[in-house]
Design a protein around this ligand. Structure first.
Ligand code: C2E
Ligand code: CA
Ligand code: CA
Length: 879
């Protein structure tokens, strides 16, 4: 604000100064011109007066001679001679003549004039009251008094003086013709040197001479007559200003008191001021240059200050940014002594600025770096290069802090390093997270055990170690964990896993390394194996540990494990091979009935391939629905032995023509999730069949559908079932869902939703394979099942095993108390049937009465039953 103001003020003062200078300068010039004009007019006037006096003096002398020498008039020759002499002595005169009172030339300086009558000379007063004084006549045409014919512009100025006889009688006139050129000659010098115009007037305003000549007619009265005549009345000298054609003229005038003449000096002010004007113009240019320079300088100064302000604003911003940035900033001098730290430094390290300024950053040294580290750092930065790296520091409170540090050397104008700027970013949390991520990349999050990748790495190390030791790998799979997990819910499943891992680790001791390979699969690496016997003992111990019941939320659970063992020798076996072999051995253990261990042998490869082939075949079968079929096994009334219901069973004939038993492909379908699609396909088939029978008047009161726990946990199986029934017009009350105990006890939300939906729709529930699971009898009370199916493994024991018979009786008693009906399955002997009839069993299912039948055979059976026949008319066995 100040700068433009100052600039403008300076400019204004220069302009004002210029104006004042102009005013004063012009005034002074005008005064000078006026003074000069006055002096000049005065000088020219003196010259004119002297000339006039000279002429008058000569005329007076002549008059005297004529008065005293009376004969002179009578001797014209002598008079002429005298006049001639007189004219020779007066160069300003053109002619001198003596005239009679009648204006006849008596004698003249020019010879031819004598005797002629002079023309009308204005100074020859017509009134005879002749005074003796001289009279100035008007200018008149012609060179001489008697020669009126003259070239244009030639004129004469007559001066007349009367003369008388001694008696006083007037005799005539003495006339002198004043040469105007002589007057002009007197005007010449000033006129040539100055822009002036000099003019001589008679008192009445008629012009007598002018130089330089203008358009005025000499002898006439000029336009200026009136003003100066009136001025003359006031003063006999002075000046006035006139304007003509836009030009200013200063007129200086003098009217002599001695003669009736007025001299004017007209000064052309424009011309007079021209020099001054030129100077003024030059000064104007100088002013323009000065003002321009000032304005330019002001503008430049303004721009510079604005730039400076922007720069300083930016610097301030930068300063604020640095001091408030989240990263610690340290500025040291060239020797590494701290000069300045920002707020983040204090926040991160705990040191206040006054505690570190003047000291070196070594106070942050954690001692975690070798000596050479800082030597290298210093070598880099003192060379002028930027150092970047990770430094482990110690804060004031003693905590370790990992920082990502950049140190930049700052050079002064001469290029020498003057400061170092260090920026620290606290990356402790990031590093910890990285380490955690690294840990997780090689470990299982839930149990903290090494994962598959880590195990393979360790296995490789063990197999690469020097020596000829044997390395063993135990592949441990929890048999029923998937079902438990699906039914209990994941958090409970996780808890179960953690407990199991703890037990496995306890059983393992220090000997080996346990890893989690996935869901319920674990592996145990034993780097030095003494004998296979010892491994067998260990495997037994592990199985025993896993089988210990677990209390979770007040309920007891039991897991079992299948273990596969593979043995390899260092520098002979590949890690991956050993892992695959142990895996296969584990499958063998599972296949052989679970809850046991198997050592790997070469034939096991087949088992593996079989599983894979089954899964692929099953997938294809579902897609084409070609090789799948259904069987219906009737359920009979235990006493009348009339068929009361049917259980639907799945059959699959593989593309190779092999009938794969459900006990083999159902687990594959469950494990792979294919059971969901399989079940969906089956439902539609069954419902269509039911509607056909319905149309034939064969009403089925009890149709059992096996529903896997996997279907309950992963599918909207209830909705699917109800939709299928609705499509085919089947009433829900005719359907019984066969569900295992574990599924019924599930806490999984999906399982609960399915069960509730089934119950709401009016579908009855049958507890399948009762007695083989966790069979906690107390659970039964809570379940709203209608049927209880005694598993075939108990039925087999009838007549063989007392405890099985007791168990069956207990089950029946309990079911009765809960108003549940009991089905015995797998009844294939008369003895079994009789026992069950006696014990009060409600329904019988088994090969003794009927094998599973295809749809046509079932139709036959149902028709015969309607006719009152019992099943004892055994039908041909099916599969
Ligand atoms: P389950 O539900 O316990 O079915 C009864 C099994 O016992 C059937 O075997 C049946 O053929 C067999 N069985 C019946 N009476 C006798 C007998 O007197 N002696 C002998 N030795 N066996 C008898 P299957 O059809 O091989 O089915 C085996 C298991 O496969 C079934 O056991 C069931 O758990 C499952 N399964 C079969 N079909 C389906 C199905 O469609 N869906 C589901 N989820 N599972 C099915
Ligand atoms: Ca069943
Ligand atoms: Ca069963």
């Amino acid at each position: 604000m100040f700068i433009p103001l100052a600039g403008v003020l300076l400019c204004v003062s220069f302009v004002v100064l210029f104006a004042v200078f102009n005013r004063i300068g012009e005034g002074r010039t005008r005064t000078n011109i006026a003074g000069e004009s006055r002096v000049l007019a005065h000088a020219v006037e003196s010259g004119v007066i002297r000339s006039a006096q000279d002429i008058i003096g000569r005329l007076t002398t002549l008059r005297r001679q004529l008065e005293y020498e009376k004969d002179l008039l009578r001797t014209p020759q002598e008079l002429h001679r005298r006049l001639k002499l007189l004219i020779e002595l007066s160069p300003q005169l053109r002619e001198i003549a003596v005239l009679s009172a009648e204006r006849v030339v008596l004698a003249s300086s020019s010879e031819e004039a004598a005797g002629r009558v002079a023309q009308a000379v204005s100074c020859l007063s017509p009134s005879p009251s002749m005074e003796d004084g001289v009279r100035f006549g008007r200018a008149m045409i012609g060179r001489t008094l008697t020669e009126p014919q003259a070239p244009v512009g030639v004129y004469q100025l007559p001066l007349c003086m009367p003369f008388r006889a001694s008696s006083g009688e007037p005799l005539g006139w003495l006339v002198a013709v004043w040469n105007p050129e002589a007057l002009r000659e007197q005007f010449r010098v000033p006129v040539e040197q100055l822009p002036v115009r000099l003019a001589l007037y008679r008192y009445d305003g008629s012009l007598m001479a002018v130089s330089p000549p203008g358009g005025e007619m000499v002898g006439s009265s000029p336009g200026v007559e009136e003003p100066f005549v009136s001025l003359l009345k006031e003063r006999d000298w002075g000046s006035f200003t006139t304007w003509r054609a836009g030009r200013e003229y200063l007129t200086e005038y003098r009217s002599t008191s001695m003669f009736p003449l007025v001299l004017t000096l007209e000064y052309d002010m424009e011309a007079g001021l021209a020099r001054w004007r030129m100077l003024q113009q030059r000064m104007g240019w100088v002013l323009v240059v000065i003002v321009g320079t000032i304005l330019a300088a002001t503008l430049m100064l303004l721009l510079m200050t604005r730039r400076q302000r922007q720069l300083s604003d930016r610097l301030q911003l930068l300063g604020t940014a640095i001091s408030t940035t989240a990263n610690a900033v340290i500025i040291t001098d060239d020797r590494g002594q701290v000069q300045w730290v920002n707020r983040a430094f204090t926040r991160l390290t705990g040191y206040d600025p006054e505690q570190v300024v003047g000291r070196t950053p070594a106070i942050l040294n954690s001692g975690r770096h070798p000596q050479g580290f800082f030597v290298d750092l210093w070598r880099t930065i003192s060379r002028g290069a930027v150092w970047r790296g990770e430094v482990v520091n110690r804060t004031r409170s003693g905590d370790i802090m990992i920082v990502d540090q950049t140190i930049t050397p700052i050079r002064d104008d001469e290029g020498a390093i003057s400061h170092y700027v260090a920026v620290h970013e606290d990356v402790t949390a990031r590093r910890e997270a990285e380490q955690k991520a690294l840990f997780l990349a090689f470990h299982d999050q839930l149990t903290g055990l090494p994962n598959r990748r880590k195990l393979i790495e360790k296995l490789g190390e063990a197999l690469d170690a020097p020596g000829e030791q044997r390395v063993a790998l135990l592949y441990i799979d929890l048999d029923n964990f998937k079902t438990v997990n699906d039914t209990l819910g994941h958090s409970q499943g996780d808890e179960l896993l953690v407990v199991t891992v703890r037990r496995l680790n306890a059983a393992l001791g220090e000997d080996g390394c346990l890893a989690r390979l996935g869901g319920d699969e674990f592996a145990m690496l034993l780097a030095r194996v003494t004998s296979e016997e010892w491994l067998a003992v260990l495997a037994e111990r592990l199985i025993g540990e896993v089988a210990q019941p677990v209390e979770l939320n007040g309920s007891r659970f039991r897991l079992t494990a299948s273990i596969g063992i593979a043995l390899g020798r260092a520098r002979e076996t590949e890690a991956i091979t050993l892992l695959r072999q142990a895996d296969l051995a584990m499958y063998k253990a599972k296949h052989d009935g679970r809850n046991q261990y198997r050592f790997f042998d070469q034939q096991m490869d087949f088992l593996m391939q079989r599983w894979v082939a089954l899964e692929q075949g099953l997938r294809l079968a579902i897609e084409t629905a070609r090789s799948l079929s259904l069987r219906y096994q009737p359920l009979f009334d235990a006493h009348t032995l009339r068929p009361l219901g049917l259980e639907v069973l799945m059959r699959w004939r593989s593309d190779a023509g092999e009938w794969v038993p459900p006990a083999e492909f159902i687990p594959v379908a469950e494990e792979s999730g294919l059971i969901v699609e399989l079940g969906a396909w089956q439902m539609d088939q069954v419902m269509r069949q039911l509607s056909i029978w319905q149309a034939q008047g064969l009403e089925i009161e009890h149709l059992s559908l096996n529903i896997s726990s996997v279907q309950l946990a992963r599918d909207d199986v209830a909705g699917r079932l109800l939709a299928s029934m609705a499509r085919h017009g089947i009433e829900p009350r005719r359907i019984v869902a066969e569900i295992t105990e574990t599924a019924l006890m599930s806490r999984s939300q999906q399982v609960k939703l399915n069960l509730t939906a089934l119950e709401t729709a009016g579908i009855r529930v049958s507890i399948d394979d009762f007695g083989t699971g966790y069979s906690s009898l107390s659970y039964l009370k809570r379940l709203k099942a209608d049927y209880l199916k005694i598993d075939r493994s108990f039925v087999v024991g009838i007549g063989q095993n007392r405890s099985d018979e007791e168990i069956i009786q207990a089950m029946l008693a309990m079911a009765r108390s809960l108003q549940m009906k009991v089905v015995a399955e797998g009844v294939d002997q008369e003895e079994q049937l009789r026992f069950l009839q006696r014990a009060g069993c409600d329904l019988i299912q088994g090969f003794l009465l009927s094998k599973p039948l295809d749809a046509d055979r079932t139709t036959e059976l149902l028709q015969r039953a309607r006719e009152g026949l019992t099943s004892m008319a055994v039908l041909d066995p099916d599969v």
